[in-house]
Each structure stands twice: as C-alpha cells, then as structure tokens.
Design a protein around this ligand. Structure first.
Ligand code: GDP
Ligand code: MN
Length: 386
C-alpha cells in the first residue's frame, strides 16, 4: 500500500526526521492563510498523488508570491496529474501540500528496501539525489552506495557513520544524517515497510538536512497489524478495478495487452500469461480467482475482464483440484448469462470432472471453444484475438 507524501512526512517527523514546514490544503480559499501561517517568501505547491515523477509532470511548482500560489492551486486542484510513473489518465489531485521554499545546496538520495538477493534490509544512498536518480542508478551505478544490514543485528551508529563518510558528509551533517537514517530504519522495522525513500534529502544553505520528499510502500501482507497505517489508505489513488476485485477476493491486475485471463492460482496465472506471450499474444490482465471459486466471483471476474480497454479475447484456465470443473463450467455459464459474452472465449479445464465440465460448455448455446490442453488453448486464443 502507498501513502501520500504529507502522510509519510508526518511519520518522518514523529521519528526525528527533519521536514520543511508545510500545510495541506484541499481548497484554494485556504491558500492565503496557509502562506501567512507558513511565512517565508517562496512556496512550493506539491500535488498529493500516489506516484513519483511529480516534478517532471508539473505537480511540484515553485511560487514566488501568494497570488502565484493561489493560481497554481486553482489550476492543480481537481485536475489529473500525469507523470512518467502514471498511466495516460494520471491520478486525481484532491489535496496539495504547500511548503516553505528551501534554499538548496545539494540533493542527496536516501532509501531502505528489502534486497531479496542478499536477503537483507539494505540502505541505498547517493550524493546524486533528485529527479534523475533512476538515470544515475542505471548509467552510473557506482554512485549508489549500498549497505546491507545484518538481519540478526540492528542498524547502529557505526553503520550510519560509515555511510555518512562514503557520502563525504562533514561532522555536523553526519550527525543529522545519522538521526535521519535511524528514523527511517525505525519506521521501516516497526511498520513493516517494503520501501522507504527520501529523494531529495537536501542540504540547505544553512547546512541543515531536510527531507524534501517522502515515499513509503507498506507490505500489504502485514497491514492487518497496523490499524494506524490502514487508516491512511486513499482509494481515490488506486485502480478502481483492482479495488473492486479485492472486495470479491480476486487478485486482479490490469495490464496493457489484448487477451483477458481468468485463472485459478497465482502460479498457473503466471504460466498462462507466459504461454500467451510465447505464442505471440499479450495478456490484458493478471487474475487469480482463488481456490474455492464461486459462480458469483467468476461473474465478477468476467465483468472486470470484459471492460479492459484493449480486450479482444478471453482465456479461462482452471485446474480443478479442490474445486470441481463441472461446477466451474456452471459458474462460467451463469456468468455469461448475467454479464453477456462479447468476446471470443477459450476455456481450458483440467483436473476433477474436467470432461463433464467441458461437455457442459460445448453443449451450451454459447460459442465457447473448449480445450483440454493448455498450449492448444493459448494458441487458439491468440488466433481468435486479432
Ligand atoms: P517527485 O518529482 O514526485 O519526486 O517530487 P519531489 O518532491 O521530489 O520534487 C521534485 C523536485 O522539486 C525536487 O527534486 C527538488 O529539486 C524540487 N523541490 C521540491 N521542493 C523544493 C523547495 O522547497 N525548493 C526548491 N528550490 N526546490 C524544491
Ligand atoms: Mn522526489
């Protein structure tokens, strides 16, 4: 789960990480008071959306007078922000963070993530922070410092010092850096975070270290034990379809291809997508309908898949282990009855009562292609989805 910059910054300041003074607004009428309360002579208006690259997308605007802040807020509030990290529709801007402008001497990068290769929580740091950190990472990876934390130990002051040294930070700054990194690490550990990032972490003209931006991704599997974090969810920033799917206990992810997939089991879903690709097609979605699928869920899955923008065909691939294939076939027929069939469809059933299930489908009044073999099913749907 993602949260907004302003929410992450609240967590930052609760953990001794210094942030600029800021006020969150959702109405232009609040602007002049906010600027007055904040003080200063420049302000940065920042769109609160669940995506990075806001600077490049026009969602971070430096303003030099209150009128300019007002005009900027007027323009941004209620619009969609498109950044290099969103899709073509962008994300709705419902809130803006107005921040006191900072005099920036240097932009650093600091983050923590779980490195699966080394199986360690890993600190990433760089003197080359800012909007082009991705470019730095891919073109000059030696400029990214990596520090793995021993899982049987905790991050300690010596570790912080050694990272600060690699960043060439003078003593006064190193102290602030240690405080920042320990704060990040504390959030990471106590809140079951999978990625936490400050980019940029700036050194101001007055030699203070400030977290100008903040990004936190939480591990969904651990959310159940963080009621406070769950409260921060903003579904206006999430994919409507994926949310709807979640309510039906379907694991659904929209993709860009043309072939809809309805599969039980995440592994089988991945294999199905691979086979579609292998035979020249491209999947429109990932969907795991789960083990004990019901007709209701199958119907919802149909509905979700058929409304994918580029959809041209549908492949159903069910392995009847616990669930019986004849019941699945009935579920599919009920779903078609309910939501209609506007696409070519290939159904592959294997496992318990597969033959009965396939017979039910081929006997039906609908034009359903049935297959017992997955490769053949993939080839068929690619052929039909042109
Ligand atoms: P992102 O593009 O979504 O990562 O948004 P950021 O919050 O990182 O803002 C993008 C860039 O705007 C930063 O890298 C800074 O260079 C710049 N920026 C943000 N806040 C300030 C500020 O207070 N003063 C100045 N001069 N620049 C800022
Ligand atoms: Mn940033």
């Amino acid at each position: 789960m993602h949260i907004h910059e302003y929410q992450a910054k609240t967590l930052f300041s609760q953990n001794n990480i210094k942030i600029p003074k800021s006020i969150l607004i959702s109405n232009t009428k609040e602007v002049s008071n906010a600027c007055l309360e904040l003080g200063g002579s420049t302000w940065v208006v920042k769109a609160q959306v669940h995506a990075g690259g806001r600077g490049k997308g026009g969602g971070v605007i430096l303003c030099r007078c209150v009128k300019e802040v007002e005009n900027t807020c007027e323009k941004l509030l209620g619009s969609q922000l498109i950044t290099p990290q969103t899709d073509v529709n962008g994300l709705p801007i419902n809130q803006l963070l107005i921040e006191v402008g900072q005099n920036i001497k240097q932009e650093l990068y600091l983050g923590l993530l779980v490195d699966r290769q080394t199986q360690k929580i890993t600190v990433l740091a760089s003197t080359e922070g800012g909007m082009d950190i991705e470019k730095v990472a891919s073109e000059t990876p030696n400029k990214i410092i990596k520090f793995g934390i021993d899982p049987l130990n905790i991050l300690n002051k010596q570790d912080c010092n050694s990272i600060a040294k690699q960043l060439n930070l003078a003593n006064a700054l190193a102290k602030q850096f240690n405080q920042t990194l320990l704060g990040l690490y504390n959030i990471f550990i106590t809140k079951d975070v999978s990625l936490i990032e400050i980019n940029p972490l700036v050194i101001t003209a007055k030699n203070t270290l400030l977290a100008l931006d903040s990004k936190i991704d939480f591990d969904d599997n651990a959310l159940y034990r963080h009621e406070d974090i769950m409260q921060l969810r903003d579904i206006s920033q999430e994919d409507k379809k994926e949310n709807e799917a979640r309510q039906y206990q379907l694991n659904y992810i929209s993709l860009n291809g043309t072939i809809g997939c309805m599969v039980n089991g995440a592994g089988l879903a991945m294999a199905t997508m691979d086979l579609i690709e292998h035979h020249g097609g491209s999947p429109a979605n990932f969907l795991d309908v789960g083990g004990g699928t019901t007709a209701d869920r199958v119907a919802k899955a149909f509905e979700l898949i058929q409304t994918e923008i580029n959809i041209k065909g549908l492949l159903v691939n069910i392995f009847g282990g616990i669930v019986r294939c004849d019941l699945i076939a009935e579920g599919i027929l009920q779903a078609i009855e309910k939501v209609g069939l506007i696409l070519p469809i290939v159904v592959r059933l294997e496992g318990t009562n597969a033959a009965q299930g396939l017979a039910l489908l081929s006997k039906s009044k609908y034009n359903i292609y049935t297959e017992k073999n997955l490769t053949q099913a993939a080839i068929k749907i690619v052929e039909l989805s042109v």
